[in-house]
Design a protein around this ligand. Structure first.
Ligand SMILES: Cc1ncc(COP(=O)(O)O)c(C=O)c1O
Length: 388
């Protein structure tokens, strides 16, 4: 291994407001979804070169960048994308918000599968459109949680939607959807004339080399009904550079989408564009392979630790992402687990309730950090539970 992911970096610069400085100094942050690792060297070198050049003028997404995105889809999934189908956006939240503004209405809402990433829930507050929930069915095997699609609910609820916002791989559940499930979701959406927007921001953070299929790669018919959102941000830990891509093979959809991007004046920063080109070029793939091994080992460490030391906790074994989902309801804590761990363990996790109704007893834990930090966080949580 050439990258030392065990290295603990200091992110507590008092001039920055980030996951390490939001809470008091004695709190370990295991919440917002960025990692405590340096980005790969080729990206740092490209950014350094730009800094040394010293001119930070306006930059537009060049054709070569769109070609790089298209080539990556082909290389990873044999998905043929025309470079012209690629639109740069200022991140994936902006990307799906644009889609909701353009393709949803007060009568035709956005359907999401809950529990799901908190920003999916914010759409209804920012766009005049209702949210339609299609909750997963939870299963428990020993202490391990898994989730399945409730197809009857999916099919019934999607009829009220203008757009289905899929999260694949899923945050916070860590599911990588099978080709079979993706095909069935797509078939139902197309039959009901519902646009599919597939948030695939976590698609390269696969654990144990779990296979991933982009929704739109399944068939040209599905691609024609789908807006795919990808970004190098989670994979290469550059989310603060705010650069993502909407891939829209359907010309009519693409033109409507691009017009809305233009109306909103969503311009990606030059550093985001430079970093994305290198990130998707293949030059960082060795780093990514090492990262995936490290995250897989962190996930295994977490699952083993919880199973041995907090046996009443139910948790997922994520197939992708660096996010775990844990249910503390068996402990009957007087406060929410989020409040409890913040106060008693000095660990900041993400509060389950932000991911949807019924998740109040759950937390999302970010294990994209050096193993020693993960171990410290888990130790603090374990001790706080037994100190009650
Ligand atoms: C599923 C998902 N989509 C989007 C984002 C954020 O994307 P961006 O920062 O590019 O807006 C996140 C971040 O956690 C996420 O988990």
């Amino acid at each position: 291994m050439t990258t030392n992911f065990d290295l603990v970096l200091n992110r507590r610069n008092p001039n920055n407001l980030n996951k390490w400085t939001t809470y008091p100094k004695d709190v370990l942050p295991m919440w917002v979804a960025d990692m405590d690792f340096r980005a790969p060297k080729p990206i740092l070198d490209a950014l350094r070169k730009a800094v040394d050049h010293g001119v930070f003028g306006y930059e537009m997404p060049p054709a070569a960048l769109k070609e790089t995105v298209a080539a990556r889809m082909d290389r990873l999934y044999r998905w043929k994308v025309k470079p012209e189908a690629v639109i740069a956006v200022t991140g994936i939240v902006s990307g799906f918000s644009v889609a909701a503004r353009e393709f949803c209405t007060p009568r035709k809402g956005v359907m999401v599968q809950t529990p799901v990433y908190n920003e999916f829930h914010a759409i209804k507050n920012n766009v005049d459109t209702p949210q339609i929930d299609a909750p997963f069915v939870e299963r428990l095997d020993g202490n391990i949680l898994s989730y399945e699609i409730d197809w009857d609910t999916f099919e019934r609820r999607v009829k009220k939607a203008g757009m289905f916002l899929l999260c694949n791989p899923h945050n916070p559940l860590g599911i990588v959807f099978s080709r079979k499930d993706l095909s069935r979701m797509a078939e139902i959406c197309i039959r009901n004339k519902v646009l599919i927007v597939s948030d695939e921001i976590h698609s390269e953070l696969l654990l144990e080399d779990h296979p991933f299929t982009p929704m739109a790669a399944l068939s040209s018919e599905i691609a024609n009904h789908t807006i795919t959102l990808v970004a190098p941000s989670k994979t290469f830990n550059v989310p603060g550079l705010f650069c993502g891509f909407a891939i829209i093979p359907n010309k009519e959809l693409r033109e409507r989408y691009a017009k809305e991007v233009d109306r909103l004046r969503l311009h990606v920063s030059s550093m985001g564009l430079f970093a994305a080109r290198i990130a998707f070029s293949g030059k960082c793939d060795g780093w990514l392979a090492e990262l995936r091994r490290y995250l897989t080992a962190n996930r295994d460490f977490l699952v083993d630790y919880v199973t041995e030391n907090m046996p009443d906790v139910h948790l997922t074994i994520p197939q992708a992402t660096y996010l775990a989902w844990l249910d503390f309801s068996a402990y009957k804590l007087k406060k929410s687990p989020y409040d409890f761990f913040l106060k008693k363990a000095k660990v900041a996790v993400s509060d389950g309730k932000i991911f949807g109704k019924g998740s109040e007893e759950y937390v999302r834990l970010n294990f994209g950090c050096p193993r020693s930090i993960l171990e410290q966080g888990l130790d603090r949580m374990r001790k706080s539970l037994y100190r009650r």
